[in-house]
Design a protein around this ligand. Sequence first.
Ligand SMILES: C[S@@+](CC[C@H](N)C(=O)[O-])C[C@H]1O[C@@H](n2cnc3c(N)ncnc32)[C@H](O)[C@@H]1O
Length: 209
Amino acid sequence: MSEPIPAEFWDARFGEADLVYGDRASRLLIGFRDLFPASGRALVPGAGQGRDAVYLAECGLDVLALDLSSVGLQRAEALAASRGVTVNTKQADLAEWDWPEGEIDVIAAMFFHLPPSLRPVLHGKMVEALKPGGLIFLECFTREQAEFQKTHKSGGPPDPLMMPTPDELRADFSAATPYAFWTGVEHLTEGPYHTGPAALLRAVYRKPE
Ligand SMILES: C[S@@+](CC[C@H](N)C(=O)[O-])C[C@H]1O[C@@H](n2cnc3c(N)ncnc32)[C@H](O)[C@@H]1O
C-alpha cells in the first residue's frame, strides 16, 4: 500500500543549498497567466519552496502557500522577500487541514503527489474550495515517469501509484470543467531534482458557475 512521504524527508530536501525545483514557476502557470483574475485569493497546496506561490503573488493575487514542510515554507518566504512580494504561509498536513469552501479564485497544485487513498479526497477538497468560476492549475508526473526515473533525475515519487493516470485525474475532477488537459513528454529544467525528460500531465479545470 502507498504511504505518504513524511515531513522529515521534505525538510531535509528543502534544507539543501540550492532551490531544489528552481525559482521559476511551472510552465503551466506561466503559459496560462492570461486566465488569472487581476486580484483574488490563491491557494498553493504542497507549495514546497514557493516558486509558484511567488509567481502568483507577482501576478497580483493574495496567496496562501501550504505545505507539510516548515523548512520549505521558510524558503518560500525568503524567495518572496527577494522578489519584493508577500506570500502567506501555513504549515499543515493537508489531509487534516480544514479546507475553505467556495472562497478561492485560483489553486495551483504542482507535483503535489499523493497516495491513491488520499488523492481523490484532496482533489475534491480543491474543487469545493473554489468560488464558482474559480480555476485549478495542476501539473504532475504520470505513471510512465517510472521509466525516466531509471535514467534521469527528472523527478517524481518512488511509488508509481502516487503518479496518477489521466483517467484517474479525470475522475477526481469530474465535478469541474476541463479547460485544458495535456499529457506528454517534455524536458524539464527546474532545479537539480526536476531536470531531464519527464512524463507529464498538465490540466486546467474551472468550477462551474
Ligand atoms: C514534489 S514537491 C513539489 C513542491 C512544489 N509544488 C513545486 O513544484 O516546486 C511535493 C510537496 O508536497 C508537499 N506535501 C506532500 N504531502 C503533503 C500533505 N499531506 N500536506 C501538505 N503538504 C504535502 C511536500 O511537503 C512537498 O513540498
